[in-house]
Design a protein around this ligand. Structure first.
Ligand code: SF4
Length: 489
């Protein structure tokens, strides 16, 4: 079979690659005899030796080998984007399958790519990783990676991921650990499916493989760095999908009661560092306060997976209230829109700011009309949902067009930078999504035009919200339109 290689799309003039005779249109096949699979493998291979042998195929299909002595800043080639790998599973809770119709194409992409797991912390079920790819992870030291385990019981895992060949996740995990790769793991918990004894077994078997053991079979090898559990999220678009129960407040409360002490017990055995992690949603769904700082890992492991976001926000708020910047909100009237799970927390924090700064900041929960009322997280609110909530709030306040000085929308609901799946090409050739766009393609600027008041992204904490407010006011004072990409919280 012809070697595939990676296309060189540009070569910097006078660079090492240029001097060695490489040009745009050449395909890089091998480096030092090793196949170049993608950009990640290029970066790994090019950094291995000072003198590098590159084997390329020219546009006329002839092949050539050139040598470069590497410079510290690379050799001066740009490679074509990699194509994202598509998932081979059929998880009973797959969010992509529960999406309403009519959104942009890239949102229906079931990506499952170990490179995204390494680079951006995306969780992978390892379904598209055969033994050759597992060996590649080890060889190129793609560590740590993030793996969706869901259940170590093979029969239950098959049921959860909907793929009869992917029951034995421990075999793949063990192959990676043996090779020195560390792994963050997670499980999406579905009541009656992978809870109870199935979950207890998952915890036990992954805990036995935890990282940094000094004795026993896993000492000196890779290890499981953390295990998080996240409650299943169901939308109202499940026609034709398996019927599964949602996590209701009673289930969430019982889960927290059972597993919070276990988090603390295991942390004690792990030199104080929490290893088992509970997502914030267990607490917000149960109507409970999130635990204190010590409940979360020192490095905020799995923050992107919704573990510790609320606690981190509250920690920032505590410091913010003690500092001088809080007075920046003095006299401001702001409506902050968010998901119903975070609204009570945000409202309490804003009330504290109001007491100190004499401001009128309010949080209002926006209903998720696009995905359904069971979806309560801020990150899945669409532009239309936010517009609807803002209009309703204005009506409730007498219909005054300047009823607030600014509307704050959740940063998590906005595409504020090029996302991982946009950095990998889709094979349908669709364009990457522009910045500052909501899931339903409405942009921040669209929403601002519709509401007639400044609309700013929340940022991750109140200090960032204040920065965005100041930024927005500068533009509005100058009579300028809000530029696309103005805010990058
Ligand atoms: S692995 Fe992810 S993308 Fe694939 S079916 Fe499961 S939830 Fe969906």
């Amino acid at each position: 079979m012809a070697k595939k290689g990676v296309l060189i799309i540009s070569v910097e003039p006078d660079s090492l690659a240029w001097e060695a005779g490489l040009r745009a249109g050449d395909t890089l096949l091998e480096i030092n005899g090793e196949p170049v699979l993608d950009q990640l493998s290029y970066q790994f291979l090019i950094s291995q030796r000072d003198e590098t042998e590159l084997h390329v195929r020219r546009p006329d299909q002839t092949e050539a080998t050139v040598r470069v002595v590497n410079g510290g800043d690379g050799i001066g080639v740009d490679l074509a984007q990699d194509q994202v790998k598509i998932c081979k599973q059929n998880c009973i809770f797959c969010f992509v399958l529960q999406m309403p119709k009519g959104f942009r194409k890239s949102l229906y992409l079931k990506d499952e790519d170990i490179r995204l797991s390494f680079l951006y912390g995306h969780f992978s079920t390892l379904s598209s990783s055969d033994d050759a790819e597992l060996d590649r992870i080890v060889r190129e030291r793609l560590s740590p990676i993030h793996v969706s385990v869901h259940a170590t019981d093979p029969a239950v895992r098959v049921r959860v991921v909907g793929n009869p060949r992917e029951g034995d996740i421990l075999r793949k995990i063990d192959r990676l650990l043996e090779g020195g790769v560390d792994i963050h793991t997670q499980a999406v918990v579905v009541p009656g499916v992978n809870d109870g004894e199935v979950w207890a077994r998952t915890v036990r078997e992954l805990w036995a493989r935890r990282a940094f053991q000094t004795e026993g079979p896993w000492a000196g090898k890779g290890g499981v760095l953390s295990l998080s559990c996240v409650p299943v999220g169901l939308t109202s678009h499940r026609a034709g999908l398996p019927e599964i129960p949602d996590v209701d407040p009673a289930f969430a409360a019982a889960w927290a009661k059972r597993w919070v002490p276990e988090v603390r017990r295991l942390a004690k055995e792990n030199a104080g560092e929490p290893w088992l992690l509970l997502a914030d949603e267990w607490f917000t769904r149960a109507g409970l306060d999130v635990p204190g700082r010590a409940f979360y890992s020192q490095s905020w492991a799995q923050l992107e997976n919704g573990v510790g976001l609320v606690r981190k926000f509250l920690e920032h708020t505590r410091r913010f209230l003690r500092g001088p910047r809080v007075h920046g909100f003095r006299g401001r009237r702001i409506l902050a829109l968010t998901g119903s799970s975070f609204a009570p927390v945000l409202n309490r924090s804003l009330a504290q700011v109001n007491r100190v700064a004499g401001s009128e900041l309010r949080a209002v929960a926006a209903a998720n009309n696009a995905f359904g009322s069971s979806v309560t997280v801020a990150g899945l609110l669409c532009g239309r949902d936010l517009a609807y909530a803002a209009h309703a709030d204005r009506q409730a306040h007498g219909g005054d067009p300047r009823w607030v000085d600014a509307v704050v929308v959740p940063s998590a609901a906005l595409r504020v930078r090029t996302g991982p799946t946009d950095q990998y090409a889709l094979d349908d050739g669709s364009e990457p999504t522009p910045a500052n766009q909501f899931l339903d393609d409405m942009t921040l600027a669209d929403l601002e035009r519709e509401l007639g008041v400044p609309v700013i992204p929340s940022g991750a904490h109140l200090g960032q919200m204040l920065d965005h407010l100041a930024h927005s006011e500068r533009f509005h004072l100058q009579g300028m339109n809000l530029p696309q990409g103005a805010y990058n919280p």
